[in-house]
Design a protein around this ligand. Structure first.
Ligand code: HEM
Ligand code: HEM
Length: 176
């Protein structure tokens, strides 16, 4: 099982990064909506910690993925039946890279602005990225809200595209 990507296939490192990120994002979208709407008390405060910890991990995975793709570039996508689908897939992949940075960073900025620590899995305390301020909090969580909705929209388009192709695209990401 090759670790590196080749001109035609994804190695296991890229596949592991992809599926860990996919699982994380698909879990975090509903978890985020839940924590934002729940009545906060001592019994459920840990869910904020879980949301922040997984979010920061997804951000770290993005950084690893970018470095890995410089070391071992991924193969180009297989051409589909129509050009607009290829363009759409390319733009969704680009949007993912931007949103996987903007979403966690805006959450980190907003959390810092509330005055609460961002504690990753109860072990590492991250420094705040903004002063304690209501204006920063509103702005950052506004960005977080919009960016998470865009991320969800991209995920729907991406998954629909992946599941409707019959040319080995999905197999390449599953089995290499
Ligand atoms: C919502 C979370 C997901 C994110 C953020 C995501 C992100 C990405 C990105 C950025 C790529 C481009 C390759 C790369 O840079 O590594 C990619 C490729 C791919 N993804 Fe996802 N993905 C997600 C979920 C899924 C799911 C659930 C499936 C399957 C149903 C899937 C199937 C694929 C396939 C088949 C490719 C290869 C496309 C090609 O060869 O052009 N992804 N994904
Ligand atoms: C890819 C990673 C992440 C995803 C997909 C995600 C997703 C979400 C979603 C969907 C919401 C609900 C927004 C709404 O509808 O009101 C939310 C809220 C929230 N997120 Fe994230 N998030 C991520 C990372 C982070 C990080 C890294 C932090 C902090 C370090 C964070 C902190 C928060 C907080 C505090 C809320 C509640 C905001 C409020 O009460 O209005 N998130 N997130």
């Amino acid at each position: 099982m090759a670790a590196r990507n080749s001109e035609r296939s994804f190695g296991w490192v890229t596949r592991a990064l992809h599926w860990a990120t996919a699982l994380g994002v698909l879990g975090m979208l509903p978890l985020g909506v839940y924590v934002a709407r729940m009545e906060v008390g001592y019994s459920n405060l840990w869910l904020f910690g879980l949301h922040k910890s997984i979010g920061v991990t997804i951000f770290a995975l993005l950084a690893v993925r970018i470095v890995w793709h410089v070391v071992s570039p991924p193969p180009p996508s297989l051409p589909s039946d129509v050009a607009w689908k290829d363009q759409a897939a390319k733009w969704v992949h680009r949007a993912f890279y931007v949103l996987l940075a903007v979403v966690p960073l805006s959450g980190w900025v907003g959390s810092g602005a509330t005055g609460l620590d961002v504690l990753v899995f109860n072990r590492i305390t991250l420094p705040p990225l903004a002063p304690v301020s209501e204006a920063w909090e509103t702005m950052a969580f506004g960005v977080h809200w919009v960016a998470t909705k865009l991320l969800a929209a991209c995920a729907i388009v991406h998954i629909a595209g992946a599941l409707t192709r019959r040319d080995g695209t999905l197999a390449r990401m599953v089995k290499g």
